[in-house]
Write a protein that binds this ligand. Structure first.
Ligand SMILES: NC(=O)CC[C@H](N)C(=O)O
Length: 254
C-alpha cells in the first residue's frame, strides 16, 4: 500500500510503463559479465591473514580485488595463507601447513595483508612483508598490514631487531607503531579512529596518487587506534621508506 516497490523501481531507474517496469538497460552489465567470463590470464594474490575460512570482514577487500582484476583483464586467483603457518615455529609443529603456506606465498603475483587486531599470526605477516620487499613482489598492507610493513622495515633495513607495535610488545625498545587514539569532543577520553578521514598526498608522483586519478587528497574509511610513531617517521624516511599520504596534521601516516 505504501508503494515501496515503486520507490525501489525509481531508484533503479525502472519506471513503470503502464503496469510493468520498463526494460532495464543492461548493456554495460552484460558487457562486463561477458568480459569476466572470458578472462583467462590469472593474477594470483596471496591474502595473508588470521582467518583461514572466508570471512565477512574481508568482504570489501575481496570485492575490490575482483573489480580491480576485471579492470586489468585478469582472472583473480585468491590464495588464503594463514599467517601463523608461515612462522618458524610452524616448521616444527605443523610442517605440512608451513610448507603449503610458503608455497602459496611464493607462487603469488602480489601479497595482501589486511587489517587485524591482536598479536596471533603477526610474526607470520611480518615474514610475508620481508619476503615481498626482498623479492620485489607488490605488497598491499591495509591498516595492520601497513603497520606490519613499517615494523618489518625497521627490523630488517634499520636493523632495529626488536622493533614492534606497542599493541604486540608494550615494552619494545623501538616502538615504530604506537597507541595514538583520537581525542573526541563529544565522548570522554580517547576513542578509536573510526570512519572517514582525509588523506593528503604529499608526493604527486607516487603510485597511490596515480591510482586515485592524480588526486591531491582522498577520503578513506578508518578503524584503528595505533599509528606509525610520528617521532620515528624522520628516521624511517631517512632509511628510505616513503610515507606518501598523511592526515592534515602531518602526524598520522596514511
Ligand atoms: N583496522 C586495523 O587493522 C587495526 C590495526 C591495529 N590493530 C590498530 O588498532 O591500530
Amino acid at each position: 500500500d505504501q508503494k515501496a516497490h515503486e520507490a525501489i523501481l525509481k531508484v533503479l531507474d525502472l519506471q513503470l510503463v503502464g503496469k510493468v517496469p520498463r526494460e532495464p538497460k543492461l548493456a554495460e552489465w552484460t558487457e562486463r559479465a561477458s568480459k569476466f567470463d572470458k578472462l583467462k590470464t590469472p593474477v594470483k594474490i596471496a591474502m595473508v591473514g588470521k582467518y583461514t575460512g572466508l570471512s565477512d570482514s574481508y568482504l570489501s577487500v575481496l570485492k575490490a580485488l575482483l573489480h580491480a582484476s576485471v579492470a586489468m583483464e585478469r582472472k583473480l586467483v585468491l590464495e588464503w595463507v594463514p599467517s601463523c603457518d608461515l612462522e618458524n615455529s610452524a616448521a616444527k609443529e605443523t610442517p605440512e601447513a608451513h610448507q603449503k603456506a610458503w608455497k602459496l606465498l611464493k607462487g603469488a603475483d602480489g601479497v595482501l595483508v589486511p587489517g587485524g587486531f591482536g598479536d596471533r599470526g603477526v610474526e607470520g605477516k611480518i615474514l610475508a612483508a620481508t619476503y615481498a620487499r626482498e623479492k620485489n613482489v607488490p605488497y598491499l598492507g591495509i591498516c595492520l598490514g601497513m603497520q606490519v610493513a613499517v615494523i618489518e622495515f625497521a627490523r630488517s633495513v634499520m636493523k632495529l631487531g626488536g622493533a614492534n607495535s606497542t599493541e604486540f610488545d608494550p615494552a619494545t625498545a623501538s616502538p615504530c607503531v604506537i597507541f595514538m587514539p583520537e581525542g573526541s569532543k563529544t565522548q570522554m577520553g580517547a576513542t578509536m579512529r573510526l570512519g572517514s578521514r582525509r588523506t593528503h598526498f604529499l608526493a604527486n608522483n607516487c603510485k597511490s596518487a596515480k591510482l586515485y586519478g592524480n588526486a591531491t587528497s582522498i577520503d578513506e574509511r578508518h578503524r584503528h587506534r595505533y599509528e606509525v610513531n610520528p617521532e620515528m617517521v624522520p628516521l624511517l624516511e631517512k632509511a628510505g621508506l616513503s610515507f606518501v599520504g598523511k592526515d592534515e596534521s602531518g602526524r598520522r601516516m596514511e
